[in-house]
Design a protein around this ligand. Structure first.
Ligand SMILES: [Fe+2]
Length: 301
């Protein structure tokens, strides 16, 4: 019997990342400036991150990269793929839409990581404070305390961002964090073949949130971006159909088109905001993801 090799483990904000390459660089270096954003999510949590018990696993007949690129920058599917959810009037995961915050951005980092729905001017905090008014004094207090923590521990611009949006840590870990009143979702896209994807996902919450809020967050997660929820089946259907379309005789001859937002409107730089930014409607995130993928595939290593 041979020795069992153990992965190199790195703890970050209650999360544990494992890497099987003992010669790999540090997690900090790997995340780069994405860490500046993830720090916002983690610093906001009063009691630290805790996970709702239970992990969901389900299979989709799709290539894993379609899911990863979706989280890395696909904003334009929301109003179409999830239109029926918005009409229901239920708690949607992202309560601050582009219509409510037209200065939203997409942002990418070296290494293929990308994030979008970034609002930098208090939009997400302002929404939470308004919504909390209808949820009782305890929740209002909670939102104020979450913001106060950011004011103490982060830069002013990080504090104004308050919650992130959705994104993908290259290659296959996606995160959504839209509000202190909503679930934090973690998704791992496991390839099970060129056309099969196994999703592993977890719902995280602030251990210091009021119990009534944790219960609501738990329910919202199961009802939204989950196997039997309203949102994930919409996405899964898209992922399957995109994959299926590549199998046809004509489909195999075509290249995907990721030109959205190319040109001089790309390359937005904002003072004190790391990363390369682009307008909300852009495929910068997808281009960044596939550029890294192609770089790795073409590398001699
Ligand atoms: Fe979606």
């Amino acid at each position: 019997m041979g020795l069992v090799e153990m992965p190199k483990l790195t703890s970050y904000g209650g999360l544990i990342f494992g890497c099987w390459d003992s010669g790999a660089g540090s997690l900090d270096d790997y995340l780069g400036d994405y860490r500046w954003y993830l720090d916002i999510m983690l610093s906001r949590l009063i009691g630290g991150m805790t996970f709702i018990r239970g992990q969901q696993r389900y299979k989709i007949g799709a290539n894993w990269k379609i899911a990863a690129e979706n989280f890395a920058g696909d904003t334009y599917h929301l109003g179409y793929s999830h239109a029926s959810v918005f009409k229901l009037g239920v708690n949607v995961l992202n309560p601050v839409s582009y219509q409510a915050a037209p200065s939203m951005y997409s942002v990418v980092f070296p290494g293929g990581h990308g994030m979008t729905s970034l609002a930098i001017d208090n939009e997400r905090y302002d929404y939470d404070l308004r919504a909390a008014q209808g949820m009782g004094a305890e929740v209002v207090e909670y939102v104020r305390e979450a913001r106060a923590r950011l004011d103490r521990e982060c830069s002013p611009v990080q504090s104004r961002i308050y919650a992130l949006g959705f994104g993908n840590i290259f290659p296959n870990v996606s995160v959504n964090d839209f509000s202190a009143l909503r679930p934090i979702g973690f998704y791992v896209w496991h390839p099970r073949g060129p056309s099969e994807l196994e999703v592993w996902q977890w719902c995280a919450v602030d251990a210091g949130a009021p119990d009534s809020l944790i219960q609501m967050i738990r329910d919202d997660f199961a009802r939204n971006q989950a196997a039997a929820g309203t949102v994930a089946p919409d996405d899964g259907e898209n992922f399957e159909q995109v994959t299926e379309a590549t199998r046809g005789v004509v489909g195999r001859r075509q290249a995907f088109n990721y030109q959205m937002g190319m040109g001089d409107i790309e390359e937005i730089r904002l003072e004190g905001v790391p990363g390369k930014l682009a307008p909300y409607y852009s495929e910068l995130g997808q281009r960044n993801f596939y550029t890294q993928w192609a770089t790795l595939l073409n590398s001699e290593d």
